[in-house]
Write a protein that binds this ligand. Structure first.
Ligand SMILES: [Zn+2]
Length: 259
C-alpha cells in the first residue's frame, strides 16, 4: 500500500526531537509521499530545506488566515520568488478562519483573494483552510472565477457542502475527524464522494484519528483513517489507497512511481 499524506506540518517544533523516526514510521506504514504545508513566512525556508532532504516530500507555501495581517506586497513578492522552487507544488494553506479572530474578516479576505490570484499566475493548486467560515469561503471561491484547482483541507461538511466544492473543481481532503463518531454528516459525505476527488491527510501534529485521539498526530496514523474510509465506502483499504494516491500524485506532482 502506498499512501500520500497531503497535509502535514512536520516542520513544526512538535517534531524537533524525533523527526527522522516519525518519517521512518510513516514509510513503514506505507506513507511514501508528503505535502508539507508551510503556513507562515517565518517557516517557508525551513520547510524547503526539510523537503530537499526528504524523498517524496513536496511543499505548499502560503499565509494562513490567522496571519493575514502579515500579507503585503513585499511578502507577496517573496512568496512569488520562493514558489518558483521546484519542490513548491501548491499555495496554502489559505482561506478564512473566524474562530480565533486574530485578524479581521476584511484583511483575511484580501490576503485570500491575492493568494488565489498568485496561485493562478504560477499555475499552482491551492490548499484551502476554513474554520467557522464555510459559507463565506464558498462565496469567495464562487466569485473568484471558478473552476479552481486544489483541495479543501480537513473537509468536515455534509454531502451538500461537498457537492459545492466538487462543483468548483476542488478535491476534498479527508482526515482524522472522519474516525470520530461525532461527525455523522462528514461520514455520510465520504460515502458519496467520487473516488477521483478524494485525498487523504493527517494535519499532523493536529487532529489525530481514533484510536490515537488526543495524542500528537503523525503521518503513520493515516492508516487508521484509511481503515475508516474503506469501511464507510465498502471498499478495500487497497482500493482507497490506490485512488487517493493517484489523485495526490496528479494534483501535487508527487515524485512517486505508482503502477
Ligand atoms: Zn494545516
Amino acid at each position: 500500500m502506498i499512501l500520500v499524506d497531503t497535509h502535514c506540518h512536520l516542520d513544526l517544533p512538535d517534531f524537533d526531537n524525533d523527526r527522522p523516526l516519525v518519517i521512518e514510521r510513516a514509510r513503514d506504514a506505507g506513507v511514501q509521499g508528503f505535502v508539507l504545508i508551510a503556513f507562515s513566512p517565518t517557516r517557508w525556508e525551513a520547510a524547503l530545506t526539510l523537503a530537499e532532504a526528504t524523498p517524496g516530500m513536496v511543499v505548499a507555501l502560503g499565509i494562513h488566515p490567522n496571519e493575514a495581517d502579515r500579507y503585503d506586497s513585499q511578502v507577496e513578492q517573496r512568496l512569488r520568488q520562493l514558489a518558483r522552487h521546484p519542490l513548491v507544488r501548491a499555495i496554502g494553506e489559505i482561506g478564512l478562519d473566524f474562530h480565533w479572530k486574530t485578524t479581521d474578516a476584511k484583511t483575511q479576505e484580501r490576503a485570500f483573494r491575492r493568494q488565489i490570484a498568485l496561485a493562478r499566475e504560477l499555475n499552482l493548486p491551492i490548499v484551502l483552510h476554513q474554520r467557522e467560515a464555510l459559507h463565506e469561503l464558498l462565496a469567495i471561491l464562487e466569485d473568484a472565477d471558478p473552476p479552481h484547482r486544489g483541495v479543501m483541507h480537513c473537509f468536515t461538511g455534509d454531502p451538500a457542502d461537498a457537492a459545492r466544492f466538487l462543483e468548483l473543481g476542488l478535491h476534498l481532503g479527508i482526515g482524522g475527524i472522519v474516525t470520530y463518531r461525532s461527525a455523522p454528516d462528514l461520514r455520510r459525505a465520504v460515502q458519496m464522494l467520487p473516488a477521483d476527488r478524494m485525498l487523504l491527510e493527517t494535519d499532523a501534529p493536529y487532529l489525530a484519528p481514533v484510536p490515537y485521539r488526543g495524542r500528537r498526530n503523525e503521518p503513520a496514523f493515516l492508516r487508521a483513517t484509511v481503515a475508516t474510509i474503506a469501511e464507510l465506502r465498502r471498499q478495500t483499504e487497497d482500493e482507497v489507497a490506490r485512488a487517493t494516491t493517484r489523485n495526490a500524485v496528479a494534483l501535487f506532482r508527487i515524485p512517486l512511481s505508482i503502477e
